[in-house]
Write a protein that binds this ligand. Structure first.
Ligand code: MUC
Ligand code: MG
Length: 385
């Protein structure tokens, strides 16, 4: 029995390098929930639970993630054997409904501890071990301005960092959005892949028109065009159009994966550990996709280094990864919260190789950006000053 010694949960607010314009929110900063769990032997695990745009993306916010862990999950951990991660998560699941992002943060920390205790990377604890050490990483163009997006695409292609681009659309009229995508597609040419994410903002008729026009414009993939619950519309659109639909918000773990795959509602799944409720449920989701012939993609909730490393370990062990990943979260932030940044080179991200997640926090940065920090941030000038 390995007993809990300490658990600390806190929110870290970090500005983004530019406004990130999504259909449901414009992000100017990211709020990252970090959980640190220490066992009786002094082994420490770190997890991250992060969502997008407060409460605008899903039912959990940074604040509710912290409350769920502090008030409901931490007391349960006091009675669990932390050396048995699956059993601990099963017990949490019996007592806490939903709260997938909070559960993901805790499971990540427990797997980090287990990997450190065994001296192996987390990827070796998933599905028999890793099958790849690096993978492609998409970049999201979402400045809100076509010209600026093209400049950004040129810059990151020049740096050999990204050649897969995800464009955030759904805010404007369908034809205006498609004109924006077509301009970027023309600028990128055959140097890369251009995909879109509608974040559920179309109805079926808009999606029908949008998918036809996007196909003509040379777009490769349409992510979550309609409401997450409208599986029937996703199935009709998938049957009608050549361009594949990728499910994102519709996927909250293996049960949704089964329903969507069985309905033929998506030909690609964005696998997110946060939405799935952890690395292990996300792995099970990916196995269902693989069995159903659905393509796999490593998705992000725009996590910072901890959550991104956790997803990287999953992606290293997933059965296939035909559509690559979008694990660029840390690159969207002005501050790196890891002591050593994750490595991006040659259009790929490298999976850390050290025990556990293979990462460490930059304690100074964390202390500085913690929301509950007591000392005032002297360098922050009040708006209008
Ligand atoms: C989403 O819906 O996929 C992922 C990349 C990005 O820019 O936003 C997220 C959320
Ligand atoms: Mg998405």
């Amino acid at each position: 029995m390995i007993a809990l010694s300490e658990i600390d949960t806190f929110i870290v607010d970090v500005p983004t390098i530019r406004p990130h314009v999504l259909a449901m929110a414009t992000m100017r900063s990211q709020s990252i929930v970090i959980v640190r769990i220490r066992d009786e032997d002094g082994v420490e695990g770190i997890g991250e639970g992060t969502t997008i745009g407060g409460l605008s993306y899903c039912e959990e916010s940074p604040e509710t993630i912290k409350v769920a862990i502090d008030a409901y999950i931490a007391p349960l951990l006091r009675h669990c054997d932390l050396g048995r991660v699956a059993d601990t998560m099963r017990r949490i699941g019996q007592n806490v409904a939903g709260c997938h992002i909070a559960k993901c943060a805790v499971e990540t920390a427990l797997l980090d501890m287990m990997g450190k205790r065994l001296g192996v990377p987390v990827s070796e604890l998933i599905g028999g071990g890793r099958v790849r050490d690096r993978f492609p990483v998409a970049w999201t163009l979402a400045s809100g301005d076509t010209g600026r997006d093209i400049e950004e695409a040129e810059r990151v292609m020049g740096e050999r960092r990204h050649n897969i681009f995800k464009l955030k659309i759904g805010k404007r009229a369908v034809r205006d959005d498609v004109a924006h995508v077509a301009a970027i597609r023309r600028a990128v040419g055959d140097r890369g892949s251009v995909r879109v994410d509608v974040n559920q903002h179309w109805d079926e008729a808009q999606a029908d028109l949008g998918m036809k026009l996007l196909e003509d414009a040379g777009c490769d993939l349409v992510e979550q065009p309609v409401a997450k619950g409208n599986v029937a519309a996703m199935a009709r659109l998938s049957a009608k159009h050549v361009i594949p639909i990728m499910a994102d918000e519709a996927l909250h773990g293996p049960a949704d994966a089964f329903t969507i795959a069985a309905a033929g509602a998506a030909r690609v799944f964005a696998v997110k550990i946060a939405q799935s409720g952890g690395i292990m449920p996300a792995y099970h989701l990916s196995a269902i996709a693989d069995a159903a012939g659905v393509g796999l993609y490593g998705g992000t909730m725009l996590e910072a280094g901890v959550g991104t490393a956790a997803t990287a370990h999953l992606c290293a062990s997933m059965p296939s990864l035909a559509w690559g990943t979008e694990l660029f979260g840390p690159l969207l932030l002005t501050e790196e919260i890891l002591a050593e940044p994750l490595r991006y080179a040659d259009f790929q991200m490298e999976v850390p190789t050290g025990p556990g997640l293979g990462i460490a926090l930059d304690e100074d940065k964390i202390n500085f950006h913690r929301r509950d920090r007591v000392t005032p941030r002297l360098h922050v000038v009040a708006e209008g000053a």
